[in-house]
Design a protein around this ligand. Structure first.
Ligand code: C2E
Ligand code: MG
Ligand code: MG
Length: 554
């Protein structure tokens, strides 16, 4: 039996009872595994993305999403994680869960209280299978490649070392190998190689295999790589099920680069990594290695994998920017703005990381954290006898029917008052589904939370939406405020917004007020509330408290 080095394997433990979770994690960590932990299935989902565990140990009965639902989600995926071994923990005598769990694709179960020797033995045995399977697949694919007469990594290395300067290199990944296999060859790995051979021959290029779904292309004698790649990107396969007539495009992720002083194999590795990013981004495109879109994908990838650290290790904090009454300058509330100082990625502005986190489906973790900080700070402000109203930004994907209950639960937990919470939601996300938007606003109103429409003027609200959604405030976007003191289109737009708001009984807030001339104009034209660097930059909590304490007449 092969010896397993636990240091090479990552295990994720999911368990809602804190003592059991602590013991599980300690036992597995002591044994040498790298261990991730989550107190519930919801928290486990982002961890599965970032940790990419080799095995999951999961409690079946948990509040919220239970172990079974999590297992279903996992098995429905289309990537490697779909097959990760899943060991579930169940209460003694819960025979039905064991049967249901097994049917749903769980690999093993252990009865609580957990016998840790049994747990380690089970984990080891499943991981050994994983390791053997991986070895078999890569050995098999090499054998097949050789049988098909295709050159591999060593041939590539030799060619790059010996040949006269190679002008350009491309790495091609087949975006959905499983789909290609299903449609054209019924899971036969040889198909990938035959496909590649056809692609190469057709395009007049030299091809080297690195992995089942990934190869390197160099221009063959007299061939132009760019032209060949353009043809490749349009390549269509004849569908073996479709009576030989139907053709389906094979989506490919292609990244190209030119060797420089870094060495050709270093370049190849960078191309492979970039093609993988491109593939994960949706694929079906050809990009040059220095394309800004790839740098963005690299940043997004790092943000995704660093996010869990950001929240767990206190790398995030919130700042507070006062909103003041235009007529007399009194502080009314403050907008809570999140900040992330990452030791790895540097200071990230929310404008950079929030959209990435939202696209990755992980925004709820940030929102929950910000909401909790907001509620905690509100309590401290009240205790200090300071104005305690605070406004939080809610991303479009978080503006859902459960929002009011979610805020209520957090406020109840820390003793904050929901009537002193404002929610800022952008005009564009409000417009996605105006009907449900108005229901969400109603639910928030019922709890005493007020709602502001952020960045107003940048979307395309119609008057009827504004009326049906019944928001309390409109925040006039900074881009219109910039030139508001000068006669021109922006001034007319702002005047129009203020009049419209007055007719609808909605308050107006001007964002990004930086100049005295802007403040004067806005006050004279009945804009109710002002926010911007002229009044104050976003401040750390303590500094914000000092500012309020020293405020004239506050
Ligand atoms: P926003 O909600 O429109 O927030 C106002 C932004 O304008 C903030 O940028 C603020 O620092 C900046 N700002 C305020 N006054 C001035 C000014 O006088 N001049 C200029 N040039 N800028 C000013 P920040 O903090 O970088 O936030 C950017 C955006 O990120 C926010 O726009 C908001 O949409 C989003 N955001 C921030 N915190 C959160 C959060 O906790 N959750 C979510 N979902 N989004 C957030
Ligand atoms: Mg805002
Ligand atoms: Mg705004």
């Amino acid at each position: 039996m092969s010896v397993l080095d636990p240091r090479h394997f990552k295990v994720l433990c999911i368990e809602d009872e804190p003592e059991i979770l602590r013991d599980l994690v300690e036992e597995l960590r002591d044994y040498g595994f790298e261990v991730g932990e989550a107190p519930n299935a919801e928290a486990a989902l982002p961890l599965i993305e970032t940790l990419a565990p080799h095995l999951i140990v999961c409690d079946m009965q948990m509040p919220g999403m239970n172990g079974l639902e999590l297992l279903h989600k996992l098995r429905a995926r289309r990537d490697d994680l779909a097959a990760v071994p899943f060991v579930f923990l169940t209460a003694f005598g819960d025979r039905d869960s064991v049967i249901t769990g097994r049917r749903a694709g769980a690999d093993d179960y252990l009865v609580k209280p957990v016998d840790y020797d049994l747990l380690i033995a089970a984990v080891e045995s499943h991981l050994r299978n994983v390791a053997q399977r991986a070895e078999k697949v890569s050995a098999a694919s090499l054998v097949v490649a050789e049988a098909e007469g295709l050159p591999g990594r060593e041939d590539l290395q030799r060619r790059l070392e010996t040949a006269a300067a190679v002008q350009s290199v491309a790495v091609v990944r087949i975006d959905d190998m499983a789909e290609v296999g299903r449609r054209f060859a019924g899971h036969d790995p040889r198909h990938a190689y035959r496909l590649a051979a056809r692609l190469a021959r057709m395009a007049g290029i030299d091809l080297y295999w690195l992995k089942l779904d990934c190869c390197v292309l160099l221009p063959g004698a007299g061939a132009n790589l760019d032209r060949a790649l353009a043809r490749l990107a349009d390549f269509a396969l004849r569908d073996s099920d479709g009576g030989g007539q139907a053709r389906t495009r094979v989506p490919l992720s292609i990244v190209t680069g030119r060797p420089d002083e870094r060495g050709a194999m270093v370049l190849v590795d960078q191309l492979v990594e970039s093609a993988r990013l491109l593939q994960r981004d949706g694929g079906g495109r050809t990009l040059a290695l220095d394309d800004p879109a790839l740098s963005e994908m690299r940043l997004a990838n790092s943000i995704r994998s660093e996010l869990v650290n950001a929240i767990n290790q206190g790398q995030m904090h919130v700042c507070f920017q006062p909103k003041v009454r235009a007529s007399d300058g009194r502080p009314l509330s403050a907008e809570v703005l999140v900040r992330w100082d990452s030791p790895l990625l540097g200071q990230l502005s929310p404008g950079t990381f929030i959209p990435v986190v939202e696209r990755a489906g992980l925004l709820s973790h940030v929102t929950d954290w910000v909401l909790r900080q907001t509620a905690l700070c509100q309590v401290r402000l009240r205790e200090a006898g300071l104005p305690a109203r605070l406004a939080v930004n809610i991303g479009g994907s978080e503006f859902t029917s459960g929002l009011a209950d979610r805020i209520a639960a957090i406020c109840a937990d820390v003793g904050a008052d929901m009537r002193d919470i404002e929610v800022e939601i952008t005009e564009t996300s409000m417009l996605e589904d105006p009907d449900s938007a108005s229901a969400i606003v109603e639910a928030l109103h019922a709890r005493g939370v007020s709602v502001a429409l952020d960045d107003f003027g940048t979307g395309f609200s119609s008057l009827s939406h504004l009326q049906s959604c019944a928001v309390d405030m409109i925040k006039i976007d900074r881009s219109f405020v910039r030139q508001v003191a000068e006669e021109g289109t922006d001034q007319k737009i702002v005047l129009g917004i203020i009049r419209l708001a007055q007719m609808l009984g909605v308050e107006t807030v001007a964002e990004g007020v930086e100049l005295e001339s802007q403040r004067r104009w806005l006050r004279e034209n009945n804009c109710a509330t002002l926010q911007g660097y002229l009044i104050s930059r976003p401040l750390r909590f303590e500094t914000y408290c000092d500012l309020l304490r020293d405020w004239p007449d506050a």
